[in-house]
Design a protein around this ligand. Structure first.
Ligand code: AMP
Length: 416
């Protein structure tokens, strides 16, 4: 038997209903906030991710699925969506259409991480990006939208963490202060962080190794290094959240796993998922469009993990749909009628089922029960002669005769 790949999950019926609910709700909420969907390829040139996410990040260093194609070009299965969305935005000159573009995308991402509950190698993300505006109101609007979506999904016990990562003006000074802080503790850092110390000390703050996180908890706070513009921006974000009565925590050590963030960074966590507690995260990336060869305009976005949300919705049995009516037919003539009837009902948008073998009434009713139908429509020889059928409400047990000789309108009225 050939099995699936480790960390790559099948999402089977019984689970897929939660995925559909999450995706459909996200589409509705995002479109109410003026976002349009963009569908992007899952494969891109490796360079796109290396340049945007950053060479020293965990993702680029050790988690990318990269390979050479038949012409020797290095390609990568996308580990995140922002870089691809921005590539498409620049390539198709979307900035020329409208000054502010709001885009969302839904699809699988690929990272070679150690699989565990809530962490997979192929996982689904729902992303939203706002390109072309640097106003802190947009940061607030995006967080409001994300929290509203979570509320619509029934996920309310969450924490919002925010931070500011500064900009190209103020970050260099912080980076140097951080470097001298880590220099004095270099011997206790993990081998990766020893290297990051030279290449990109900010990345040490995102290290998952326990000894490194301990060191980080005493590190200087980036918030003490923000320039006046970044400070004002951050204050306005906090003020906006207060206006919307959104509780938040400021976490100066949250740098997120991608290098491109500037100013606002945020993350939503829950304590109901164990170790993999982040449901969504995002931030501003005001230099990224320019760095990728696009216009010098700001952007902000977030990504939400569908698997982790689906785990939180595990108990939602109400998301399952059941057939409206099961037609139990006895004898071949009645079976033929039933066959035409279920087709007619389905064309009217009513989910109808029947049994295709010539089974006893008892066995057909057993199947009707198993399918959890609302109604059973029983067509025996007796009923066939009179053009009638018996409609049984499976919940109450109430039965009544329905005349089918003049069509199915009466039946539809009773069951729909
Ligand atoms: P990131 O792109 O790393 O900021 O992740 C955004 C969100 O995607 C996280 O908050 C998680 O919900 C989800 N996520 C990230 N990595 C994984 C993974 N390996 N498996 C499942 N979900 C993930």
């Amino acid at each position: 038997m050939i099995t699936g790949i480790r960390g790559f999950k099948d999402i089977l019926p019984g689970d897929v209903e939660r995925w559909q609910f999450i995706e459909n709700t996200a589409r509705k909420v995002f479109e109410d906030f003026g976002f349009k969907e963009i569908k992007i390829p899952i494969l891109e040139k490796t360079e796109l991710f290396a340049r945007s996410i950053g060479e020293d990040t965990d993702i680029v260093e050790k988690e990318m699925y990269s390979f050479l194609d038949r012409k020797g070009e290095s390609l990568t299965l996308r580990p995140e969506a922002t870089a691809s969305v921005l590539r498409a935005y620049i390539e198709h000159n979307l900035y020329k259409e409208e000054p502010i573009k709001k885009l969302y995308s839904i699809g699988p991402m690929f990272r070679y991480e150690r699989p565990q509950k809530g962490r997979y190698r192929q996982f689904y993300q729902i992303n939203a990006e706002v390109l072309g505006i640097g106003d802190p109101k947009i940061d607030v609007e995006l967080m409001v939208m994300l929290l509203h979506l979570l509320k619509r999904l029934g996920v309310e016990k969450t924490d919002l963490n925010i931070n500011s990562l500064g900009c190209s003006q103020c970050r260099p000074q912080f980076r140097e202060t951080l470097r001298s802080f880590f220099e004095r503790r270099l011997n206790i850092l993990c081998p990766d962080c020893k290297r990051r110390f030279t290449t990109n000390p900010l990345r040490i703050m995102d290290c998952k190794v326990e000894t490194c996180s301990k060191v980080v908890s005493d590190a200087p706070s980036i918030l003490n290094f923000l320039c006046s513009e970044c400070l004002t921006h951050f204050d306005e974000v906090k003020e906006g959240l207060r206006i919307f009565e959104i509780p938040y925590m400021v976490n100066p050590y949250m740098v997120r796993g991608l290098d491109y963030y500037t100013r606002t960074a945020f993350e939503i966590t829950t304590n109901e998922l164990g170790a993999q507690n982040a449901i969504a995260g995002g931030g501003r990336y005001d230099n990224l469009l320019k760095e990728l060869g696009g216009p010098d305009i700001p952007g902000i976005g977030f990504a939400m993990g569908v698997e982790r949300l689906a785990l939180l919705l595990k108990e939602r049995k109400d998301l399952f749909r059941f057939p409206k009516v099961f037609v139990a037919a006895l004898g071949s003539e009645a079976q033929n009628n039933a066959f035409r009837l279920i087709a007619a009902l389905r064309l009217k948008g009513i989910w109808a089922e029947m049994d295709y073998g010539d089974k006893s009434l008892k066995s057909q009713m057993r199947r009707a029960n198993k399918l959890k139908v609302h109604f059973a429509l029983i067509m025996g020889e007796q009923e066939l002669k009179s053009g009638c059928a018996i409609l049984r409400d499976m919940e109450t047990g109430h039965q009544e005769k329905i005349d089918l000789s003049k069509g199915i309108d009466e039946l539809i009225e009773k069951i729909d």
